[in-house]
Design a protein around this ligand. Structure first.
Ligand SMILES: [Zn+2]
Ligand SMILES: [Zn+2]
Length: 346
């Protein structure tokens, strides 16, 4: 089969690789029908995630068809259509019992990281009963790829950790796919204001279409001044960091109001300064989280009922065999006006 293989920082290739086989009775082999590229894959390719080794197939998102199920798998059988969660979880360990699937002792984020991932014709999914979700008949499967990672991540790490409330002011720093996923799912709670911050005007236009009440281009506007104006000098109740660089994390600290929450989502490769000299007396909370994917089934219901339009996050579609071009488009997201790119395989 073909797979997108990482060969150290800056190096990847679409190459022939052995088809995965069942290794444990709880495994399933999934034939990929749709996958996508994540900002996290770009971090890996930059060398920000050093535990990813030469020869690893990338990708942790996708949907597909069960090709083969191990003897101990009870929920899935050959031919079933499934959503692959970016988080693999046994459902039995101490962390899983606490709903912290992201830290599962036998899983967590391993796909396209510590084991071969979904940017391939086939993938092995360990602990399949707890790590796959059945696709309801008649679903739009492209939209459901957004459930592998970005919708639960934007919702759990941003909206739930950020305790978005009716009438509150939310600032989201970063209007890429993850920031936009937070923007869409924060509207479950009816905040009064959702202010999106990004240096790309096109992404800010998308944010307005997705429900932002205000947008700030931080490449030419004084973001702190604008947020203070918009909040009558108070700052925001919830500030969601959806970029993952020191400058944006420090910006969040300047935007949060007394009693507010900074909910970090970004994958950080470098340390950022913590301004305790201004924050120590402001009653703020800072949260970090790796997505647990405990809300995937709930989010699926909101997509099925059309309460949540996940498809608007998709801007480009490629054949899986053209994944190198898809990476080029996704790496030049501003130039290409790209959000999520879908790779299709039949
Ligand atoms: Zn991802
Ligand atoms: Zn577990």
């Amino acid at each position: 089969m073909k797979a997108l293989v990482y060969h150290g920082p800056g190096k990847k290739s679409w190459e022939e690789k052995a088809k995965p086989v069942i290794e444990q009775p709880t495994d399933v082999i999934v034939q990929i029908t749709r996958t996508t590229i994540c900002g996290t894959d770009l971090h890996i390719l930059k060398g920000d995630v050093p535990e990813v080794t030469d020869g690893r197939t990338l990708g942790h998102e996708g949907v597909g068809i069960v090709e083969e199920a191990g003897n101990a798998v009870t929920c899935f059988k050959k031919g079933d259509r499934v959503i692959i969660s970016c988080i693999t979880s046994c459902g039995k360990c101490d962390y899983c019992k606490r709903g912290m699937y992201s830290h599962c002792e036998q899983g967590g984020w391993i796909l396209g990281h510590l084991i071969d991932g979904t940017q391939a014709e086939y993938v092995r999914i360990p602990h399949a009963d707890n790590s796959l979700y059945p696709i309801p008949a008649g679903s739009d499967e492209e939209a459901l790829v957004m459930l592998s990672d970005i919708l639960p991540t934007g919702f759990e790490c941003g909206v739930l950790n950020g305790k978005v409330q009716p009438g509150n002011t939310v600032v989201i720093v970063g209007s890429g796919p993850i920031g936009l996923a937070s923007l869409l799912t924060s509207q479950f709670y009816a905040p009064a204001e959702i202010i999106m911050v990004d240096p790309d005007d096109n992404r800010l236009e998308m944010a307005k279409l997705f429900g932002a009440t205000q947008v700030i281009n931080n490449s030419r506007e004084d973001t702190k001044k604008r947020v203070l104006e918009l909040t009558h000098g108070r700052g925001a109740d919830t500030v969601i960091e959806a970029v993952g660089i020191p400058a944006t994390f420090e910006l969040c600290q300047a935007l949060v109001g007394p009693g507010g929450i900074i909910a970090n989502i970004g994958v950080h490769g470098k340390s950022a300064e913590l301004h305790l000299e201004t924050l120590w007396a402001r009653n703020i909370t800072i949260t970090t989280r790796l997505v647990d994917t405990v809300t995937t089934a709930m989010l699926l219901k909101t997509i099925q009922s059309k309460k949540l339009n996940a498809k608007q996050l998709i801007t480009h579609t490629f054949d899986l065999h053209d994944i190198i071009s898809a990476y080029d488009t996704f790496e030049h997201a501003a130039r290409e006006k790209a959000l999520k790119v879908i790779l299709t395989h039949h």
